[in-house]
Write a protein that binds this ligand. Structure first.
Ligand code: NIG
Ligand code: FE
Length: 394
């Protein structure tokens, strides 16, 4: 493999506090970076840059780590724009529309699901995402959940079994039997294709005890826990996540001080999904409260057809800055290094020497443009494992 020098970087954001200006973003000015075998092998001043086989000119722009989108529902079929329009006319979000997507997903062919997921994946890549997590949860039968996870595995290693998304219509009068199925036959079929176990622990979905059963079974099958929690109402999601040493609890719109204390003590990351709140018109979480408590905050799209048909991490960063009270620096860190921590990954999310060469060359002089120009796609080039996977907006 040939080595590549990214030259002429006006502002290099490494998200490694041991580099550059010593801030959490580890910023170097007038910098360069070398990639070899898909890994960052050198970072430093442009004037000291070593020779390489190939040169990429960053044209004085900013380079940031590729975004780590640690919460997506990538694979689904169906159409729910009417539900969004109804919400914008005053209806409220309950999660009831999940059944619509489940029916459409079950009816779709594997080829249809694959091509729809590939289109979303390409959109994500073109806006700078280089690592993503993808969940099942729209199949809710043994065969359909396994099918969604196998398909997810074609796009990412970060696959999550979410059989406990909601109780499907055929089990509404027998929810205990559905939880038995999730913890038994469904888990057995899905565990070989998944790295994570998740449940939607919230109003209208699963309660604390059902969630505990699912996580316990998942952990026994070798999966690592993460949770959807505290989105629609105050519930037990955060506390159960802390109890299980989950990598992350996601949404976090309704938290008491006791939840925050438990997350901080257990070292659970809080993944905030402001695009879901934007599209569901629900109250945003308070990032400042989490950051002040020393909790790792991650930002992700929650790409799904119900609450957040969003693939753009730059849009999520802009929302986090405008609506969650995060600084542009905190939001960029949360969308890269924070997402990596929420996935317990040490190889992505920073541009340290030895990290995977996942990076975005921005068509902008500063990372602040990610928040300052909402709605634009500021990516000029995207590299995943040192390979150019996008040359600017689609
Ligand atoms: O993460 N919270 C639960 N699940 C999704 C929404 C699912 C849907 O409405 O289809 C979410 O927001
Ligand atoms: Fe979600």
């Amino acid at each position: 493999m040939t080595s590549t020098l990214i030259a002429n970087i006006g502002e290099l954001v490494t998200c490694d506090a041991s580099l550059g200006d010593g801030s959490a973003l580890g910023i170097l000015r007038d910098a360069a970076l070398v990639i070899d075998e898909g890994v960052v092998t050198w970072v430093g001043a442009a004037t000291d840059a070593p020779a390489a086989d190939e040169i990429v000119d960053a044209e004085g722009g900013c380079v940031v780590p590729g975004f780590v989108d640690s919460h997506t529902h990538l694979v689904f079929a169906g159409e729910r724009s009417a539900e969004f329009a109804a919400r914008m006319a005053g209806a409220s979000y309950t999660g009831g529309g999940i059944a619509t997507t489940v029916a459409a997903t079950r009816a779709a062919s594997t080829a249809q699901l694959r091509s729809a997921a590939a289109r979303r994946f390409d959109e994500m890549t073109a806006s700078g995402t280089t690592t993503l997590e993808a969940k099942s949860g729209y199949g809710l039968t043994v065969a359909d959940e396994a099918r969604l996870l196998e398909l997810s595995g074609e796009f990412t290693a970060e696959t999550t079994f979410l059989g406990a998304h909601v109780v499907p219509p055929e089990y509404v009068h027998n929810r205990g039997a559905y939880v038995d199925l999730v913890c038994g036959e469904m888990l057995a079929a899905c565990a070989p294709h998944a790295r994570w176990i998740d449940a939607f622990c919230d109003l209208g979905a699963f309660d604390a005890d059902e969630t505990r059963r699912v996580l316990r079974a998942g952990v026994a099958a070798g999966l690592m826990p993460r949770l959807h929690g505290n989105q629609l109402a105050h519930g037990s999601g955060a506390l159960v996540a802390a109890e299980f040493d989950a990598a992350s609890v996601d949404h976090c719109n309704h938290l008491l001080d006791s939840d925050i204390d438990a997350l901080a003590a257990a070292g659970v990351a809080a993944t905030l999904l402001p695009a879901a709140d934007f599209c569901a018109r629900t109250p945003y979480p308070d990032a400042r409260r989490l950051l002040d408590a020393g909790i790792t905050v991650a930002l992700a799209t929650d790409c799904n057809p119900g609450t957040s048909y969003v693939t753009s991490m730059p849009f999520v960063i802009a929302l986090a800055v405008r609506e969650l009270g995060m600084t542009p620096a905190e939001a960029l860190w949360a969308a890269t290094a924070g997402g990596a921590k929420a996935l317990r990954r040490a190889d992505v999310g920073t541009l340290s020497v030895g990290a995977r060469a996942d990076l975005v060359v921005l068509d902008a002089p500063s990372y602040v443009h990610l928040a300052y120009r909402p709605g634009s796609n500021p990516t000029a080039q995207v590299f995943r494992r040192g390979v150019r996977v996008s040359s600017g907006p689609r």
